[in-house]
Design a protein around this ligand. Structure first.
Ligand code: SME
Length: 159
């Protein structure tokens, strides 16, 4: 039984420090990638306020395929280079303040207004992306980028 909750009113750096500690605790010693992504997706949904979707797409045979997530059912396959996730699959974090102004944005959930997508790299190659969606404009900033990039580094060898 795991019961991780961020302190009420915690700053973003404190939330991410607690999130990384929780993900470290639940993934340490587990080698199954799906189990680790599932717990990480659930923790992202628990720790990050104002998000309507938190989860993973895996890069398989040159295409993104839906992985574990917390949120509504989502698009299953996304070609590399298409939408926000497809752009991140090329290896660069995508921080989008207004998804409606992002060319080719894929609206899986009509509530989403801003998005942060971070690639997970292993041995120099993208193996997955972490995708966060929010119903608020400009929900994500550089502190979120730093926190999720640190999470991607932690998960690199665990998914
Ligand atoms: N909006 C994403 C698609 C994935 S969903 O947000 C879960 C995109 O444009 O790539």
């Amino acid at each position: 039984m795991y019961d991780f909750t961020p302190a009420p009113g915690a700053s973003k750096p404190d939330i991410y420090a607690a999130l990384l500690e929780a993900v470290e605790a639940v993934t340490a010693g587990e080698t199954d990638a799906i189990a680790n992504m599932a717990n990480a997706a659930a923790l992202l949904g628990e720790f990050l306020p104002d998000c309507n979707w938190t989860g993973f797409y895996r890069l398989i045979d040159g295409e993104l395929v839906l992985g574990p997530f917390a949120g509504r059912p989502a698009c299953i396959r996304i070609p590399v280079g298409v939408g926000v996730c497809g752009a991140a699959a090329k290896g660069e974090t995508q921080l989008v303040e207004d998804v409606h102004s992002f060319p080719g944005h894929i609206a899986c959930d009509a509530r989403s207004r801003s998005e942060l997508v971070v690639p997970v790299m292993r041995d120099g190659a993208v193996v997955a992306v972490i995708d966060l969606d929010s119903p608020s404009l400009a929900r994500f900033d550089e502190e979120d980028r730093a926190g999720i990039e640190a999470l991607a580094g932690l998960l690199s060898s665990r998914i």
